[in-house]
Write a protein that binds this ligand. Structure first.
Ligand code: LLP
Length: 429
């Protein structure tokens, strides 16, 4: 739950605001962000890596307000599409603090990045090295680039969000020699300035060994590059992936411990081979915005399926939180609008979509007197919920509200039916 969430008299407040008021004023489903929580986590990462850089991974959740908060807290930004870049630029995010990622950036995206003058472009394929080299030459630009390396680490997380084992689409493999071949090709192009290596091993990872093995392997590559080309690359970007608590038992990372661990490993390797310590960057997304976000839903129906469980249907579902359906993600959820002394009943929180896999929380206990009109709150929905939202069943996307010190404001407005129809070419024809 967000740090400011309280349930003193059974009714939840977030950022000092009663959830019933939020539901009344803005409607539900509603994404609620505790602005102080998000800012505080950003500051903690920035402080832990004060000799390096923290780039927030915008894919976790991006809008102009959040981009501004994180810039104010001293973070840079990682974007992975032209759309995310457009939001960052619209927010006035300093362009030299932006890194562009992606395994298949379009020519248009690369052109926009060059025109804007983004700080770093992370190269992911041989085609892209040639493509960016050509585009940069055409413009007389000399972008700073990094090479994404697949370090061969088997991260302990869901298969869909592990990204550093060899059999997947991202980056250049270290073990096959592709990473060193990519370095050769980039160094041949005067118009690309190679500043470092990048690796991202996956997401929602608790075991820090994987990050450390990846850091060690990248440091070894820095040595190999120095030996082959006589150049010392000044930067290592170690990606994100730090796990957060969704359910009891999840033990989130302490940013300082992460920073100390990574720094120690890279510095040991560099010292051993006489390299100067590179500047370290990390790219946490979930760990910055995940815990500070809560989704509020209104209960619509409570259906007892005899002998099995009670299905509680809320007015959203897989369109506002796809993670349960896609990854079997687990969440914590409580009755947020009142107290209840009723006995707990085994429940499943489901959405309103035409799909039986439309589940928000697979197994949870809710009070037996739960009824239509009650509000429930689902914790830790700040990352990868709004950003992966869809309009399945032509359901408008929910609004995003920021709360802070007893006040609330909309930072992304709720979609309307007009928004849904805006792209239809033949309305009322
Ligand atoms: N850097 C790169 C290059 C990435 O690909 C990602 C995430 C991050 C940083 C941030 O990772 P984080 O710190 O947020 O774990 N939709 C999935 C997560 C996909 C993450 C993709 N890349 C989910 O909902 O769990």
């Amino acid at each position: 739950w967000p740090r400011s969430a309280k349930r003193d008299d059974g009714v939840m407040t977030v950022g000092g605001v009663d959830v019933r008021e939020l539901a009344e004023q803005y409607g539900t489903p509603l994404y609620v962000y505790d602005e102080n929580d998000v800012r505080a986590r950003a500051r903690e990462y920035a402080a832990a890596f004060d000799d390096g850089d923290v780039h927030y991974a915008g894919k976790a959740f991006l809008c102009t307000a959040v981009a501004k908060w994180l810039h104010e807290e001293g973070l840079g930004l990682d974007v992975c599409s032209g759309g995310e870049l457009a939001v960052a630029l619209a927010a006035g995010f300093p362009v030299e603090r932006i890194t562009l990622h992606g395994n298949n950036k379009s020519v248009g995206e690369l052109e926009r990045a060059l025109e804007a003058g983004v700080g770093r472009i992370v190269l992911d394929s041989y085609e892209e090295i040639a493509r960016l080299g050509y585009l940069a030459k055409e413009r007389g630009a000399r972008p700073k680039v990094m090479i994404r390396v697949t370090t061969g680490v088997e991260a302990h997380t869901h298969e869909f969000i592990a990204t550093a084992h060899d059999d997947q689409k991202f980056g250049f493999s270290r073990s096959s020699g592709a990473a060193l071949e990519a370095v050769r090709r980039v160094l041949e192009l005067d118009q690309l300035q190679l500043v470092g290596l990048h690796s991202h091993i996956g997401s929602q990872i608790f075991d820090t060994d994987g990050f450390e093995v990846a850091a060690h392997r990248l440091a070894e590559l820095l040595v190999a590059i120095r030996d082959e080309h006589g150049v010392e690359l000044p930067e290592l970007d170690l990606g994100g992936g730090y796990g957060i608590a969704y359910v009891p038992g999840d033990e989130p990372h302490d940013p300082k411990a992460i920073a100390d661990g990574l720094r120690a490993i890279v510095s040991r390797e560099c010292k051993a081979y006489g390299l100067s310590m590179p500047r370290l960057t990390v790219e946490p997304g979930r760990a910055i915005v995940g815990p500070g976000g809560v989704t509020l839903y209104e209960v619509g129906t409570v259906k007892d399926v005899e002998g099995l469980r009670t299905y509680v249907s809320v007015n959203g579902g897989m369109s506002d939180n796809l993670r349960t359906a896609l990854y079997g993600a687990e969440y914590s959820c409580v009755l947020a609008s009142r107290t209840s002394e009723a006995a707990p009943m085994l429940s499943r929180l489901v959405g309103k979509h035409c799909e039986s896999g439309d589940i928000v929380v697979r197994d949870l206990w809710l009070p037996e007197d739960l009824a239509a009109g009650d509000l429930v709150a689902v914790a830790a929905t700040g990352a990868y919920c709004r950003s992966m939202a869809s309009n399945y069943n032509y359901v408008p996307k929910a609004a995003v509200v920021a709360v802070r010190d007893g006040r609330s404001r909309v930072i992304v407005r709720r979609e309307t039916d007009d928004d849904l129809l805006r792209l239809d070419a033949e309305v009322g024809a």
